[in-house]
Design a binder for this molecule. Structure first.
Ligand code: SF4
Length: 199
């Protein structure tokens, strides 16, 4: 359950300002690499552990710390815990030196995280956890922050975030400098069709 890139993160994507992966405006990081291979995964291009975009962990910390008016960070992927050592360093540093809240996704279940020895640390560090595999047969676009009904949204004891998810699906459309459109979140079929018609 770990991949070693030295003191570098292997990054799939960063959105410095997003509003759909947790409370408020957040710095969102998709880490590259996932061995869980959920059927129906929407991020298959993030499964490979090949180096995609390496960023030194100190540089990433600086970028987060200098982001304007964010409430916290969100880490997803890929599978964030497959880059365990650097993830732990980054989140511990943020906890120690900033007031930014921490929202972390993992495809692992609680029992697997306990067996791996990560459970206590996760509960002491994250403000909100979303756990569990994506299950295509349980896809549900009526919940905020998660894609399938089995996934659990957890506020650990001591969480600094009191806001929970609503029964409202969210998607975010980002238009890049090159005019390219990226859809983030869990868009339902109606939204996808509408956007395809707009193109
Ligand atoms: S854990 Fe997430 S990234 Fe990995 S296969 Fe499942 S849905 Fe995809």
């Amino acid at each position: 359950m770990a991949k070693d890139y030295g003191k570098y993160f292997n990054i799939a994507h960063i959105e410095p300002e997003s509003h759909i992966y947790g409370p408020g405006k957040r710095f969102v990081i998709w880490l590259q690499g996932c061995s869980l291979a959920c059927d129906g995964c929407w991020n298959k291009e993030m499964w490979s552990f090949r180096e995609r975009r390496l960023i030194q962990r100190e540089e990433l910390l600086k970028a987060i710390a200098s982001a304007q008016d964010i409430r916290g960070i969100t880490v997803l992927g890929g599978e964030p815990l497959e880059q365990w050592a650097n993830l732990k360093w980054l989140l511990d540093s943020l906890r120690a030196d900033t007031a930014l809240t921490i929202f972390l996704y993992s495809g692992y279940e609680e029992e697997e995280l306990r067996q791996a020895g990560h459970w206590t640390w996760l509960n002491q560090t994250a403000d909100i956890l979303v756990l569990g595999r994506y299950i295509q047969g349980l896809r549900d676009t009526s919940h905020q922050w998660k894609g399938s009904g089995n996934q659990r949204v957890i506020h650990p004891i001591g969480s600094r975030e009191k806001i929970g998810p609503t029964n409202c699906n969210e998607a975010e459309i980002v238009i890049g400098n090159d005019g390219q459109m990226t859809i983030l979140g869990y868009p339902d079929a109606e939204l996808i069709t509408a956007l395809q018609l707009e193109k």
